[in-house]
Design a protein around this ligand. Structure first.
Ligand SMILES: Cc1ncc(COP(=O)(O)O)c(C=O)c1O
Length: 409
């Protein structure tokens, strides 16, 4: 399976000490680390190919354009899109979802129409819908959690009605450690003749993604959560939507003809990529996909499963620690609290032991109130993490708990 020594050599950032301890990077749900091959690809782009895309006829411009469009095809293959024209490059998941909310929501929603999302959504798949609901008079509805703190399909069935025009859900939660039943949700959405939008930010770096198997109409994700650079994202736009989705940014590159009075726009994908794009980010994203494919999904999923099976019972076994999400099966995302201790204090104490976790509301405040908390700590894994790192984390968390609860240091 995975050769961890070899894999970790690809991520030099992991080989450092923080506060005198070996760094344990357990904040992968916020951003994953970047392998040397991605950095090399971006550096090489700037050293040998840098030029603006789709504009020049000179050799460097052609090289840059060819590389940029090659990655578009690579992304299409990676997520099983029917064509490269269905891949729009954006800045992030957030930008992708804002484009959908404005470019689709503003076009189709009438007063009384419904947008259905889940209560576990990240703010970037929630606030844009609140805003579009305000602009159009549409109603925003929530799919609730079941008793295991997973998405409740029964609630989805109740919330999605003939008035529903858009269903938008996360494929995997950034808090609960769950993977949602995307295919079933897609079926419910399409049975109601609603468009089906998937936020794949927490899914894309951990599992193979097949937009056709999901039967998704729009899918958003970010490069920096799949071992690529920050600043690059993707919006998959199914071909049937190309004429309906309206651009929301206007300017260079995305136009066909401009007169004093009016403008005609290019078709997808270029019609949605106004201005100079993040070309080196696209190059880096392509290198990240190549890297993931070199490691292989089987190895990645296996290693993450091994770590989850190792860590989950140990977190649960620490008294005074509450873990959120399902208690029996989990992705590599663990939100938890030490009872009576603020999660920021927990995260700060863990940092002193070299362990990087996140604390806060995780951009999911409605979920936090549903869970009855204002914030949690969160440890999140990647395939380059090790059992030894899990041990260091558990030892540190146990010590933190002892210190705050029993006053033992
Ligand atoms: C589920 C989910 N959706 C969307 C986002 C937003 O991603 P970005 O900040 O890259 O736009 C995140 C980031 O944590 C996320 O976890």
């Amino acid at each position: 399976m995975i050769n961890l020594q070899q894999v970790r050599a690809d991520f030099p950032i992991l080989e450092q000490r923080v506060n005198g301890e070996p760094l344990v990077y357990f904040d992968n749900a916020a951003t994953s680390q970047t392998p040397v091959s991605v950095l090399d690809a971006m550096r090489n782009y700037y050293l040998t190919e840098n030029a603006n895309v789709h504009r020049g006829v000179h050799t460097l411009a052609e090289r840059a354009t060819e590389h940029y469009e090659r990655v578009r095809q690579q992304v299409a293959n990676f997520i099983h899109a029917a064509s490269a024209d269905e891949i729009v490059f954006t800045r992030s998941t957030t930008e992708s979802l804002n484009l959908v909310a404005r470019g689709l929501g503003d076009q189709i929603l009438q007063p009384g129409d419904e947008i259905v999302i889940s209560i576990m959504e990240h703010h970037s798949n929630l606030v844009p819908w609140q805003e579009v609901a305000k602009r159009t008079g549409a109603v925003l509805k929530y799919i609730e959690l079941n008793d295991h703190q997973e998405l409740d399909l029964q609630s989805a069935q109740e919330q999605i009605t003939p008035q529903t025009k858009i269903v938008a859900v996360a494929a995997a939660s950034n808090v609960l450690g769950t993977v949602n039943p995307v295919k079933q949700l897609g079926k419910l959405a399409h049975a109601a003749h609603a468009w089906f939008v998937v936020d794949a930010a927490q899914f894309v770096g951990h599992h193979p993604l097949d937009v056709q198997e999901w039967d998704a109409d729009l899918v958003a994700f970010s490069g920096h959560k799949m071992y690529g650079p920050t600043g690059i994202g993707v919006l998959y736009v199914r071909e049937q939507l190309h004429d309906l989705l309206r651009p929301v940014q206007f300017g260079g590159e995305m136009v066909e003809t401009v007169t004093r009075e009016q403008t005609t726009f290019k078709k997808a994908p270029l019609g949605f990529e106004a201005g100079t794009p993040d070309i080196s980010g696209v190059v880096g994203l392509g290198a990240a996909i190549t890297y993931l494919q070199t490691i292989g999904w089987e190895s990645i999923e296996h290693q993450e499963r091994v770590l989850v099976n190792y860590l989950l019972p140990q977190i649960k076994a620490i008294d005074h620690v509450t873990m959120y999400g399902p208690q029996d099966h989990h992705t590599g995302v663990f939100a938890f609290n030490v009872r009576g201790v603020h999660p920021h204090d927990v995260a700060t104490a863990l940092d002193l032991a070299g362990v990087a976790v996140r604390a806060g509301h995780h951009c999911a405040q409605p979920l936090m109130s549903t869970l009855g908390v204002t914030a949690t700590a969160r440890a999140s894994l990647a395939f380059y993490n090790t059992k030894a790192e899990c041990d260091q984390f558990i030892n540190a968390l146990t010590a933190v708990k002892e210190f705050f609860i029993n006053g033992i240091s």
